[in-house]
Design a protein. Structure first.
Length: 95
């Protein structure tokens, strides 16, 4: 069962201009859907696309190899890296 057909328990309210409402009603009618179902399916599709764009990384073979090599090799702490972590502690996590 997908999110659009699960038992409905939560609500989202929208305020919109009359012209926007008419546009949504017209588009929903073309697809034989209620306005609510049209908005929900459209918003979910866009949400999934947005999540995919932010969570998925596509690399070519050279970049992929470099990425996985970086994961496998341990990080060598030098003075600059240690100083950067210390500065991060002072600026970010201490607030």
């Amino acid at each position: 069962m997908n999110v659009a057909t699960d038992t409905k328990q939560d609500r989202i309210n929208l305020r919109l201009k009359p012209s926007a409402k008419k546009t949504l009603e017209r588009a929903a009618s073309f697809e034989g859907k209620t306005v609510s179902n049209f908005i929900l399916t459209s918003a979910l599709a866009h949400a999934e696309k947005t999540i995919h764009e932010h969570e998925v990384m596509n690399l070519n073979s050279l970049d992929s190899e470099a990425f996985f090599d970086a994961l496998v090799k341990p990080v060598r702490f030098n003075k600059k890296l240690a100083a950067a972590f210390e500065e991060h502690e002072q600026r970010v996590t201490s607030k």
